[in-house]
Design a protein around this ligand. Structure first.
Ligand code: FAD
Ligand code: AMP
Length: 477
């Protein structure tokens, strides 16, 4: 007889573990099945995000930025340091320690919430059953009134550039190098490629980024993406657009062949990071008898409430439509748990922020100017550059801008786009304003502390009405 739960969550990443915690808070008997074995050979919760994604990448981005500042960036503050050296193995072990603390924290939360962690790999069976294969190949079955699928995603591999020990790695491999490659190629100028390319550039690699598309960061507002490309170029990230990698050969390093508008090109590098996107983990969900509907992109098909085509089976996170972001999956997890418990819950997909944690950070929420044009919506915009911000000047970090987009008639905030230091923290203002259906006038009438970077948001809102104080206005209000 299989053990029965109110809810079983399949996958313990940020979508799954958050769903499990919220279910348990609501009094539901909850189990979470997770198969992850960490670098130390131990079972771990936290999924991609905590083990090989958001957290370890941010740990290395912080360490590498501090190194780069110390090595060449502090003279503007009147600080001279000599003999600066990057101890990469210590950076990596420091990152590993953070990962272990955080994943251990989720284990603690599971115990505190009385969530049963079933260690092993789960396969979906009919009638809301799951078969789990444990590390010793032992099999057991579990049943639940509700199953939440949260198996996440994994890196896409390309046949032209197969992974090769530590010469050609995916994003996870690039978080574990203990030495700095002299010449590095990143394939894919997406969020992950740019973040990892930045880490190794700051630590001293010569970095070439090959991107098949002609458009840089197509999901980002054009004005912001253009500024980003310029700033990354100045940092020495050699981003080649319209460059599709066709083949690779491992020699003493890696020889790459790619095509661009001038024809076939060669590139010899020491190491390669393949960062061409992620695909959903659906292999153990699609047994023929399980009958789960998968959409044309290979994602589990769900409605607006994250319900699949099978009653009582829900799906959240990277496994389903929408941006592949940890916080998006977590909030879907909360919403599904509350629906299972009979509560009313609604997730506003228009107010989910995105961030690229490069320097400068690129953060946005809502619509881009191009999307509004495409929709034929009348809008107004306001832009304020950090070069005119007293705080940014004090920080010697004046690159970038805040851009605000609001409805021409109602003034409702439709988008906020920020490129600049710490914009990942600033974008929360835009999220709250959109969530509360605020207007650019609401932001313009709010008082922001001086001197702060957030004043740039205030000024951008004023600029949307032609009355910014610290820049000349294009239009007069
Ligand atoms: P996952 O985190 O992938 O978790 C799924 C879990 O399910 C895994 O632990 C897996 O082992 C488990 N699983 C899968 N199949 C089974 C099975 N059959 N049985 C049992 N367990 C199973 N997002 C952000 O929001 N901010 C960032 O800064 C950010 N940085 C990133 C940096 C990198 C380098 C990468 C790779 C990703 C980053 N992401 C970031 C994306 C983020 O990690 C994902 O969006 C997020 O982890 C998705 O959560 P999830 O729970 O849906 O899936
Ligand atoms: P993302 O999905 O945001 O992580 O971005 C991955 C990027 O990799 C996309 O912009 C793709 O265009 C790019 N890409 C995919 N395949 C190749 C390839 N063979 N050569 C260069 N870039 C690629």
């Amino acid at each position: 007889m299989s053990e029965k739960y109110d809810v079983i969550v399949l996958g313990g990443g940020p979508a799954g573990y958050v769903a499990a915690i919220r279910c348990a808070q609501l009094g539901l008997k909850t189990a979470c099945i997770e198969q992850w074995i960490n670098k130390q050979g131990k079972p771990a919760l936290g999924g991609t995000c905590l083990n090989v994604g958001c957290i370890p990448s941010k740990a290395l981005l912080e360490s590498s930025q501090i190194y780069a500042d110390a090595a060449k960036g502090l003279s503007s503050h009147g600080i001279e340091i000599s003999g600066v050296r990057a101890d990469v193995p210590t950076m990596i072990s420091g990152k590993d320690k953070i990962v272990q603390e955080l994943t251990g924290g989720i284990e603690h939360l599971f115990r505190a919430n009385k969530i049963h962690w079933i260690q092993g790999s789960g396969s979906l069976l009919p009638e809301r059953q799951i078969e789990v294969t444990d590390i010793d190949s032992g099999k057991s079955r579990f049943q639940a009134d509700n199953i939440i699928l949260a198996t996440g995603s994994r890196p896409i591999e390309i046949s032209a550039v197969p992974l090769h020990s530590d010469r050609i790695v995916d994003s996870a491999g690039a978080l574990d190098w203990e030495s700095v490659p002299q010449k590095l190629c990143v394939i894919g100028a997406g969020v992950i490629g740019l973040e990892l390319g930045s880490v190794w550039r700051r630590l001293g690699s010569e970095v070439v980024v090959l991107e098949a598309q002609d458009t840089f960061l197509p999901m980002v507002d054009r004005q912001i993406a253009k500024d980003a490309l310029r700033q990354f170029g100045r940092q020495g990230l050699d981003i080649k657009l319209g460059a599709r990698v066709m083949a690779s050969t491992v020699n003493e390093g890696v020889a790459l062949e790619y095509t661009d508008k001038n024809g076939e090109q060669q590139l010899q590098v020491d190491r390669v990071i393949v960062a061409v996107g992620r695909r959903p983990n659906i292999d153990q969900l699609t047994l023929p008898e399980a009958d789960l509907l998968i959409d044309e992109r290979g994602l589990v098909h769900v409605n607006d409430n994250c319900e699949t085509n099978i009653p009582g089976i829900w799906a959240i996170g990277d496994l389903v439509r929408g941006p592949m972001l940890a916080h998006k999956g977590s909030e879907e997890g909360v919403a599904v748990a509350e629906r299972i418990a009979g509560k009313h819950c609604h997730l506003n997909y228009d107010a989910i922020p995105s961030v690229i944690y490069t320097h400068p950070e690129i953060s946005w929420v809502g619509k881009t100017e191009e999307q509004l044009k495409e929709e034929g919506r009348a809008y107004k915009s306001g832009v304020f550059p950090f070069a005119a911000s007293g705080r940014a000047k004090a920080m010697r970090d004046t690159g970038g801008m805040v851009k605000i987009l609001a409805d021409e008639a109602s003034d409702e905030l439709l988008g906020m786009h920020i490129i600049g230091g710490h914009s990942s923290e600033l974008i929360g203002h835009g999220v709250m304003a959109i969530e509360f259906q605020g207007t650019s006038e609401d932001i313009a009438r709010s008082v922001f502390a001086h001197p702060t970077l957030s004043e740039a948001i205030h000024e951008a809102a004023l600029a949307a009405d032609g009355r910014a104080i610290h820049i000349p206005n294009k239009k007069r209000s």
